[in-house]
Structures are given as structure tokens and as C-alpha cells.
Design a binder for this molecule. Structure first.
Ligand SMILES: [Fe+2]
Length: 212
């Protein structure tokens, strides 16, 4: 056989480029037999649900990077750093969820176009938004994920997939709950310089005085 990659039958250093072939596994299927002691229907249901969680987690992850880049205002530095920290934590979750789908014999979603079609989190505009709007969008995204986590974890436990239950509770749910705390505290209206609550202690002019 003569091809562009062989010269009179000798091995060539020419890379084989532009190769194509049919998929080796269709999306939405799982390998029939795996030594996991989990039946195929269980793995089918779990991989489908984990892919939904994956799509929403990828969306929140990317929303954090958008927020990291586009944040503006007096809290720029603090939020710029916080958003990137949360992005990194969400990236770790994305990898853990996707690899759980694969180890269950399924196929994980991966590409942006598929994520956009699958996620339940509202699409943000391309332009910049005010900090309170950025924070609200992120909190709404977390809420979608947290609600899904509790339901998915219970279902995983019911049908015997303890590994998925553990991943969803110990990593995904706990991380999202913590990030909600860090975001939501930024939306509490508190004075920056001077206390204004009725009956609070006023430290102006030396020693503390009680305002009546
Ligand atoms: Fe950066």
C-alpha cells in the first residue's frame, strides 16, 4: 500500500493529520459491564443527572470568570480576587463531576455549545453590570445548583450510588453553600465609616456615648 506517510514501505516521521472516524460511544449511553457493582439503569440515571449538574456548574464557573474580569467600583480588588478564588473552586468541581460521569461508564458534557443548551442558569448579557447585579446573578446560579444537589444526593442514596451521593454532598453542595455565604455578606447594607443604627454607641468626640 502506498500512502503519503510511507516511502517505499519505510516508517515515516510525517504525522497523520486530519483523521476522522465514527464515535466509539454515543452520548447518553453507559458501558454495559463495569466491575462497580452498580446496575446499568442506575448508572444511566446518575450520569444523566450528573451531566445536568455539570452543565450548571460549568456555567457558574464561567460566570465567576466574567465577574472577575468585568467587576468595577470601590470593592474592585476584593471582589476581583474573591471571584477568581471561587472560579478555581468551581473548576475543581467541574473536573470531579465530569470524571464521575466517565467512571460510571457514561460520557460527560464538555463543550460550550452543549453547556449552553443544557444549563438552567439564565444567560447573562455580554456587557458589564453593577456589582449588586453580578452578585445576584451568582447567587441565583448557586441556588439552582444547591437545590439540585439535595435532590440528586437523596436519589443517589436511594438507588445505591453512594459515591455520587458523597461527591454531591461533600464537595458540590458544601462548596456552593460556602460560596453563597461569602457572596451574600456583600449584599448586607452596613455603614462603612459611621454607625447609624438607633440607640447605637457613638464614639465621636472621645469616649463612647449612647444616642437616645
Ligand atoms: Fe485574572
Amino acid at each position: 500500500m502506498t500512502t503519503t506517510n510511507t516511502i517505499q514501505g519505510r516508517v515515516s516521521a510525517q504525522p497523520r493529520l486530519h483523521q476522522t472516524a465514527p464515535e466509539i460511544q454515543a452520548y447518553g449511553t453507559v458501558s454495559h459491564l463495569l466491575p462497580l457493582d452498580l446496575e446499568e439503569p442506575v448508572r444511566l440515571e446518575m450520569t444523566e443527572r450528573l451531566n445536568q449538574l455539570l452543565a450548571d456548574t460549568i456555567t457558574v464557573r464561567d460566570l465567576y470568570k466574567k465577574s472577575h474580569w468585568q467587576v468595577a467600583g470601590p470593592t474592585f480588588y476584593q471582589l476581583h480576587q474573591l471571584f477568581d478564588k471561587h472560579f478555581s473552586e468551581q473548576s475543581a468541581l467541574v473536573d470531579a463531576i465530569a470524571e464521575r460521569v466517565q467512571l460510571l461508564g457514561g460520557i460527560s458534557l464538555a463543550m460550550a455549545s452543549d453547556i449552553a443548551e443544557t444549563t438552567r442558569i439564565a444567560r447573562p448579557p455580554r456587557g458589564r453590570e453593577e456589582v449588586p447585579v453580578q452578585l445576584s446573578r451568582l447567587l441565583d446560579g448557586h441556588q439552582v445548583i444547591i437545590r439540585d444537589c439535595r435532590d440528586l444526593a437523596r436519589r443517589a442514596s436511594t438507588i445505591g450510588d453512594d459515591g455520587s451521593n458523597d461527591l454531591v454532598v461533600s464537595q458540590v453542595l458544601r462548596t456552593n453553600e460556602l460560596q453563597v455565604w461569602f457572596l451574600s455578606e456583600h449584599l448586607v447594607e452596613v455603614p462603612l465609616v459611621e454607625a447609624r443604627g438607633q440607640g447605637e454607641t457613638n464614639t465621636r468626640g472621645g469616649g463612647p456615648q449612647t444616642l437616645i
